[in-house]
Design a protein around this ligand. Structure first.
Ligand SMILES: [Zn+2]
Length: 75
């Protein structure tokens, strides 16, 4: 009877180990970069993460330079 309990515990430990490994792998398939919003520069059209963009007049730009150039051409 003691052997049966022993093997049941070993089986549960292997099951738990495999299950936790599978969970970790699915989390690695989604890098943080993929979750962040991507925006398009209104001047040159390059795509970049929203946190790295410059925003003005509800538009996004890849740099301050393109922001100023875009605003200059529209005025
Ligand atoms: Zn740009």
């Amino acid at each position: 009877m003691g052997k049966l309990v022993f093997f049941t515990i070993i089986g549960l430990l292997i099951y738990w180990f495999v299950k936790s490994r599978q969970t970790n792998e699915t989390q690695e398939d989604m890098p943080p970069e993929a979750i962040e919003d991507m925006v398009c520069c209104s001047y040159c059209g390059v795509h970049l993460p929203k946190s790295e963009s410059v925003s003005a007049e509800e538009k996004f730009f890849c740099s301050d330079e393109h922001c100023h150039q875009f605003l200059d051409t529209t005025e």
